[in-house]
Design a protein around this ligand. Structure first.
Ligand code: CMC
Length: 434
């Protein structure tokens, strides 16, 4: 526990006629917590909190969320201000270093990112080994883990090397992502360019080819940049918790980042952005307005959910969804640009927000509801959506990994359980078994 947490009067817990005094604490934004770190050693009780909805797994100074009020801040800065005024590279610097960069710092960081974007030439062969049609998230997780074999990490990690590894990962994840797409469509790889900035470089690697230049559209570049900002961190979500868990064993950071990518892939986490578009396409193909789909999502006997709705933390609105919806409005208001899926999404949102099922469960559009439409407008194929989420989240994962590594102590993550299996029984020879 650091001295950043203020102490409150202790809580008294009575168990089996014995009283235990548990320290209570308050965080920088008034979040209160009971410190149970000594509970088991003193009382032999553990706490049960499936899914950790009531458990703070660490102290962190990176991101603040108030799910009831729809607040999200990176290092104290409201997400709305960062989305409007900042750029992804600057936000990555902020998350990693705690402060916004000055011009010189931003230039150095940005130049270093550009100059670290090439991956080892021998890694290119790996892309040929994946079967055609492989999901790019599988390729991304594999390739990021394999960076550890091409760029071994020294046993003693000094500050400069650690900083360079972090830069490599943020830069190379984008190169690997674009290469996996190129391979999946059977086109030659396009190398990163030192001349292009982060998002432009990525889009160029994705969409240009030796026979065709890619015309970068400023509005699309801006929309993708904003998408990355909005996805850059979200405190102890599933993938970031996986990063901290894997990192707590002191595994190398490439394996740690790969663990984050794997956790992100699931449809209840980052995979939802792909599912939202598939859902909208299905509704469009069926010719409905979404009412039937909503009825299915409400049906307890159906496993279907309204994708892009609901959040473990946001019980009012997801501020990222609000920003993205505005961005969608801007993109689709442009002359000649329209998307029937955007109209269906608007309609679905309208129906759901008036429906008692969603109101009573506090289910509102989350970041994934509108993000897929932005990626679609940019021409990004559906199976790359979660890959873009991973590119955006990389600075957040690495900021958490670094915060953990440089904390007062690295405690390996090792929750307890409550055993509900068979009591002691004796081994039986196979002939004696029923
Ligand atoms: N559609 C229909 N019903 C839902 C939905 C939904 N999208 N989300 C939750 N519910 C219902 C759920 O069936 C349950 O109902 P009941 O109380 O009658 O059993 C109730 O709402 C509470 O659901 P829960 O699963 O206990 O809530 P949770 O906080 O554990 O889950 C969630 C949060 C995001 C996994 C869930 O809302 C969900 O599956 N949403 C759809 C997937 C999605 O959009 N995921 C992206 C999350 S945001 C991006 C990210 O950070 O990863």
């Amino acid at each position: 526990m650091t001295d950043k947490l203020k102490q409150l009067p202790p809580a008294i817990l009575t168990l089996d006629d014995k009283s235990y005094s548990l320290p209570t604490l308050i965080g920088a934004e008034g979040e209160k917590a009971i410190d149970i770190s000594k509970l088991r050693s003193q009382s032999h009780y553990v706490t049960l909190d499936e899914g950790y909805g009531n458990t703070a797994s660490c102290e962190s100074a990176i991101t603040y969320i108030d799910g009831e009020k729809g607040i999200l801040r990176y290092r104290g800065y409201p997400i709305e201000e960062l989305a409007e005024h900042s750029r992804f590279v600057e936000v990555a610097y902020l998350l990693l270093n705690g402060e916004l960069p000055n011009s010189q710092q931003l230039l150095e960081f940005s130049t270093n990112l550009n100059e670290s974007s090439i991956i080892h030439e021998d890694m290119h062969h790996f892309f040929n080994g994946f079967p055609r049609g492989s999901h790019p998230m599988g390729i991304l997780a594999t390739m990021v883990a394999s960076l550890s074999t091409f760029y071994p990490i020294p046993d003693r990690l000094d500050t400069a090397t650690e900083q360079q590894i972090v830069i490599n990962l943020i830069s190379q994840v984008r190169t690997i992502a674009a290469f996996s797409y190129k391979k999946s469509i059977g086109e030659p790889l396009v190398y990163p360019s030192y001349k292009l900035k982060y998002v432009r470089n990525f889009l160029n690697m994705m969409f240009s080819s030796p026979v065709r230049d890619y015309q970068l559209d400023d509005d699309i570049v801006r929309a993708i940049d904003m998408f990355l900002i909005l996805h850059a961190d979200h405190e102890q979500n599933c993938s970031t918790s996986s990063v901290r868990t894997a990192g707590s064993s002191m595994a190398n950071v490439y394996a740690v980042a790969s663990a984050g990518i794997s956790a992100l892939w699931g449809p209840r986490h980052g995979g939802a952005n792909q599912q939202v578009i598939q859902m909208l396409e299905q509704i469009h193909a069926d010719g409905g307005d979404g009412t039937e789909f909503i009825n299915q999502a409400k049906d307890k006997n159906s496993s279907s959910r309204l994708m892009g709705f609901g959040h473990r933390v946001y019980k009012n609105f997801d501020p990222r969804a609000t920003v993205l919806k505005k961005q969608c409005d801007k993109l689709f208001d442009k002359a000649g640009v329209s998307d029937p899926l955007f109209d269906i999404a608007r309609k679905l949102e309208e129906i759901a927000l008036k429906d008692d099922y969603f109101i009573s469960r506090k289910l509102y559009p989350n970041v994934d509801f509108y993000s897929g439409l932005i990626l679609r407008a940019a021409g990004i194929p559906t199976n790359m959506y979660t890959v873009l989420f991973a590119i955006g989240r990389m600075p957040g994962w690495l900021a958490h990994w670094r915060e953990m590594l440089h904390g007062e102590q690295v405690i390996i993550t090792r929750p307890r359980q409550i055993y509900v299996g068979e009591p002691l029984r004796r081994y039986q020879d196979i002939e004696q078994r029923p």
